[in-house]
Structures are given as C-alpha cells and as structure tokens.
Design a protein around this ligand. Structure first.
Ligand SMILES: NC(=O)c1ccc[n+]([C@@H]2O[C@H](COP(=O)([O-])OP(=O)(O)OC[C@H]3O[C@@H](n4cnc5c(N)ncnc54)[C@H](OP(=O)(O)O)[C@@H]3O)[C@@H](O)[C@H]2O)c1
Length: 283
C-alpha cells in the first residue's frame, strides 16, 4: 500500500492522478476532513493527518509500505517533515519519496536549506529513499494571473535569468513511476523541463498563446519586495525569492535534466503547452 501525503497540493494531486492511472493501490492523506470527504466521493481512499500531530501520522501509516510526502513552502518545513521521517522510521516504511528542491545538495539558496536538512535526516534514518529535486515550477506563473489579466504584465525580480522550469504534472508522473517500479531506492533525481527560458521569453509565449501583449517587468529588489508584500506574501518568503534570484542570475538553474524522460519514458511538458493548458486562468 502506498500513502500520498500532501494530496491536496499542486504536486500531491498529480501524484494521485499518476497512481490512479497506473491502477496502483494507494491512500491519499489530507489535513482537512472536508477535502478527505470530497476525495472519497471520487473513489479515492482518503485519510486525515497533520504533520504537526505525530499521533495522526502513526495511525495513517498502518499497513503502508511506501510513502510520498511534500509540504507547502513553510518556515517550519524541516520540523514538520522531521516528524514524517520519525514516524515512517518507526513504522518500518520500505520506501520514502521526498519532494525536495534543486540546489539542495549544495545548500545553494535559502529555500534549499530545510530540504537538505530533511534529506540528511532521511539518509541517517536507514529508510530506503528517493529524493525528487525539481527546478522552479511552471505553475508559479499562475500566481501572476491577476496582473497578467488586469495589466498585461507580470513582475518578478529575476532580470534575464534563464531557468529550465518544470510542469508539476511531470513531477507527479515521476513520483508515481518511482512509487510503482523497482530500482529507484537510494537515488536523487534532479528534475527540469525540456528547455530553459528567461521571463522575457515566457512573456512572448504568453503573448502568442493568449493573443494579447504580455510584458515582463523586473523591478529592483526593494521595489519588488514592497509590491509582493502588498499582495500578502510573507516577508520570509519574499526574502527567499530575492535570494533565489541570485542563484538564477548566476545561471545555475539553466541546466536541462534528462530525468523526466528517463524515469517516465515521456518527454517533459514544454512551456508553451503549460500556457495553452492554463490559458483560461490567464485570460
Ligand atoms: N514552487 C517552486 O518553484 C518549487 C520548486 C522546487 C521545490 N518546491 C517545493 O515544493 C513544495 C511545494 O509543493 P506544492 O506546490 O505541491 O505545495 P502545496 O500546493 O502548498 O501543497 C502542499 C501540501 O502539503 C500539505 N501540508 C502542509 N502542511 C501540512 C501539515 N502540517 N500536515 C499535513 N499536510 C500538510 C498541504 O495540505 P493543506 O491543503 O491542508 O494545506 C498540501 O496538500 C515546497 O516544499 C517547495 O519548497 C517548490
């Protein structure tokens, strides 16, 4: 039995779809009872757990052999995921698949630090593991849909940095494959999309697909920080993105990884298709 934690999130939903498509036996874990009930209506075996409450983890791990887990970008990610590692170790889980981040091995930017801390804890635990280390998500652009719709523009502090972003659907497909096939234990997979783009190039693709001009603006850090915080983004996250921008601008996230195709047998989704599939959200 496989347990998918974080099943309500961007990636968790795709892991659930991937496992369903493969006919795998799995349960999906939700923090909210409402979401668990909703998933149950669609035929998914749903359970409720909260990483902050270890007793709920123990209960949902009964009869489970393999676990996928992911956590929202939260300042206490290492602590929450540490609880997951402890519980899966106690439960004798045979394979733990952790959603991590590119840059984790070198602790290259602030967001990578808690992920590497959890990876180290897993390595020390003796639990057979696979780490998925994706580059930035194409779906991040959906957060800019309001200004793309309203002003025909989006604002990010990345200058002309090129990043080989990945569609979360490909991450879900990789996770589902890793959970249902042998031979992925002890591996760390760097995951990217099929090409690196700058945001100016993404603006061109958005313009072509949406049939209207979309402009990319890269404001100075302080200006972007004020703008992002006025939209409600917490300061630690804003500072994390500005820090990540240095990694991007140094060209460190440009590399295209062959892993999606190697693991799933499918070509990774190009940026244009991501935009075509989400055109309604940007219109
Ligand atoms: N965005 C990027 O470009 C990027 C790139 C590489 C790596 N990452 C990493 O990807 C992760 C985010 O993935 P995502 O977009 O799928 O996140 P997401 O949509 O926020 O989903 C996160 C899931 O974690 C669950 N969760 C959060 N706290 C929990 C708790 N205490 N107990 C149980 N479940 C909990 C959420 O449940 P609820 O619905 O109940 O909140 C949700 O199902 C982060 O770790 C981030 O560092 C992001």
């Amino acid at each position: 039995m496989i347990l998918v934690m974080g099943a309500s999130g961007n990636i968790g939903k795709e892991v659930v779809k991937g496992l369903s498509a493969r006919g795998a036996q799995f349960r999906a874990a939700f923090r909210s009872a409402e979401q668990a009930i909703e998933a149950g209506k669609n035929g998914t075996k749903a359970v409720i757990l909260d990483y902050a409450k270890p007793e709920t983890l123990e209960a949902t791990l009964l009869g489970v052999e393999k676990v996928f887990f992911v956590t929202s970008p939260l300042p206490n990610l290492a602590e929450l995921e540490g609880n997951v590692v402890d519980a899966t170790q106690r439960a004798g889980i045979k394979h733990l698949v952790k959603l991590s981040v590119c840059g984790a091995p070198g602790e290259d930017f602030k967001f990578s630090l808690p992920h590497r801390a959890v990876e180290k804890k897993i390595e020390a635990s003796g639990i057979p593991y696979t780490f998925l280390r994706p580059n930035g998500f194409m779906q991040n652009m959906l957060a800019n849909a309001p200004t793309i719709k309203g002003q025909g523009a989006f604002y990010l502090p990345f200058d002309d940095a090129r990043v080989s972003q990945i569609d979360v659907r490909d991450i879900g497909a990789v996770a589902a494959t890793v959970l249902t096939e042998e031979g992925h234990e002890g591996k760390a997979y760097e995951l990217s999309g099929p090409e690196a783009h700058s945001n100016a190039e993404r603006a061109e693709i958005l313009s072509e697909v949406l049939g209207k001009t979309v402009t990319y603006v890269s404001p100075p850090d302080a200006e972007w920080k004020a703008m992002a915080m006025s939209f409600g983004m917490p300061e630690w996250q804003v500072d994390g993105i500005i820090d990540l921008a240095q990694y991007y601008k140094a060209g460190k996230a440009e590399r295209v990884s062959p892993r999606v195709k190697e693991v799933t047998g499918q070509e990774p989704i190009p940026y244009r298709r991501f935009v075509e599939d989400h055109a309604q959200a940007f219109r």
